[in-house]
Design a protein around this ligand. Sequence first.
Ligand code: NAD
Length: 261
Amino acid sequence: MSLKSKTAVVTGSTSGIGLAIARALAAEGANIVINGFGKPDDIERERAGIEHEFAVRARYSAADMTNPPSIAAMISDAEKEFGSVDILVNNAGIQFVSPVEDFPVEKWDQIIAINMSAAFHAIRAAVPGMKARGWGRIISTASAHSKVASPFKSAYVTAKHGIDGLTKTVALEVARHGITVNCISPGYVWTPLVESQIPDTMKARGLTREQVINDVLLEAQPTKEFVTPDEVAAFVVFLCSGAAKQITGANLSIDGGWTAE
Ligand code: NAD
């Protein structure tokens, strides 16, 4: 499959799963807009590396996913620069772990904005161009937490369930326009997001680091293995293929069996 002549915007792609997705789409020939936070030198190395390794064009958007006008500008700038946004991957996300009664209100608002509302703003901006061209792929990184809950993650679980609803709704709206809309729901993937929630989970549950990894994280996953960013990225590439054109409105698990239990 080739995605040559397509352009993909991948939010939250300076790290973890998003970075793997951006590189996998570039490997198929798509021009790429990367986005997210990080040290400028690291981001430039990633951007230039994608261009060099995969012979595509890559741009960086510093759009903050809490800021709706910046999200709309990220899409319109990409359309101006590359002529289209054909693939939109809503992937930026953060986590915060706390009992609900102590959950900081600003953390709730931030998680709802980045993990859920940002997808709405990006989809809203990208759909008109996709409709006009009669082709599009919208994929949001949801989570096993879009299907089931865990304690102490009220904002995250709420936002990810929201992604599930947004995915189904938009899929129905654009079904006759050659656009598919899906979300993928990984279990635990070893990335900085998982690494960074370990101290708070240790505190919230009174556990050691090893206990959190083995008894909380991998406990949920029957395979007892973390999902890898490259496995998630390969799934996204498949959803962009012609063979996947009847897969729409789906919430697709890649979770080592977690949500089968
Ligand atoms: P990560 O921390 O490695 O990457 C998150 C990315 O989002 C980074 O590029 C970061 O800069 C960016 N980001 C954060 N806030 C932003 C903002 N305000 N504006 C723009 N970009 C912002 O995390 P990850 O594990 O790769 O997570 C990526 C996605 O996958 C998230 O939506 C997460 O919820 C989801 N997910 C992760 C796991 C897991 O186990 N790691 C499991 C299921 C779902």
